[in-house]
Design a protein around this ligand. Sequence first.
Ligand code: AMP
Ligand code: MG
Length: 443
Amino acid sequence: MKPYAQCYGGHQFGNWAGQLGDGRAINLGEVTNKDGEHFCLQLKGAGETPYSRTADGLAVLRSSVREFLCSEAMFHLGVPTTRALSLITTGEDVVRDMFYDGRPQKEPGAIVCRVAPSFLRFGSYQIFTSRDDLTTLKTIVDHTITSEFPHLGEPCVDVYIEWFKEITERTAEMIAHWMRVGFVHGVMNTDNMSILGLTIDYGPYGWLEDYDPNWTPNTTDATNKRYRFNNQSPIAQWNLLQLANAIYPLIEQAEPLRDILSHYINHYNDTIQAMRAQKLGMSQYDEELHQQLHDILQLVETDMTIFFRQLANVDLDSNEQSDEQLLASLNDAYYQVDQLTDEYKNTLCKWLRAYQLAVNAEGISNDQRKQKMNRVNPKYVLRNYLAQLAIDDAEQGDFKLVNTLLECLRHPYDEQPEMEQFAEKRPEWARVRAGCSMLSCSS
Ligand code: AMP
Ligand code: MG
């Protein structure tokens, strides 16, 4: 094999950061399976590369467990993602200042073997345009199309435009899936945006516990919250604009690129609206119903995952239920019961009755609705504190919880009675613990 590290650049937090590159990732080569699909195997954390700059090229166990578990969880949730084949410890310590506050500590080192058809990023194209190296830009664009988008045909200007369109669509679909499952990537820099529309580079990501559209787990981004939950789609579009700028010299027509960037919004809206309808078990998207629910979920601290899962259990077949009966199934979703005022309960009941009307109008029974909803609303996600518990044990040399969570997260939509504890809401102790609610880019 001929291992290699890739050169790329990127916009970090909105600013062009110049050359970055695989600072600690080494591509071992490609394997082709019996269906003719190819996969690149990449070690993350195996040591210095030509792009390590001043860093060590290593990764700590903490962030490696997070990448390993989360990328597999996302795959089984049906979210486009790179995957993880293995996780090993290196037996060597790595020094990290987890919160950049002058308290460096030794942590166990680890290596994840990641798998994806390609690890090319938006920044893989930006770097060559930034250097006015249009020859290499063309080489890498043509190579990408030939090997990853062969259905588009022989590379030429029209194919470049079609290619960009497909990237925007794949990106829109990926983000819609993130919104469906409550995933916040945390560092949507253009060097962390896969050209294949895959979730890539699991760093300070997090899962919405409390439904707070403004939440980001990334403490490095705490002031501006650029990468907060409900900003992910606008940011994806901004990143796509940077990609459009990067490939423009090969196309030299602004109009089609601009049209595709507007098309991004339409494609995202169509996709997310279909998903929102599915999350409610409905065929038709109802804007008002969605908007009201979006507002209600923010009135009190509500666990997004549990709420949608439990909503499937609310009996909407019968018209004779008291408010208390209607609300009973949803109790588990709340973090602070004293927030459940009469006013709140009235508002939610009113919504539930409107939802009931809409569902009945579509002629969907409780059973049908539950089946539909449970296919898109996971019971199990990698709750932030669960990842941290697995890390705590792993750092002591005990990988049982890592393996149990992996098993659990392979069936996120199934009821798994023996795994019930992993579906529970975040315990109070985890509200403010580092690693559970706050994360930094240090890894
Ligand atoms: P990230 O924020 O993880 O996407 O990383 C941004 C850039 O920093 C990428 O080019 C990484 O390869 C590089 N990088 C992050 N951590 C290390 C490290 N420990 N050693 C070398 N390069 C790193
Ligand atoms: Mg990265």
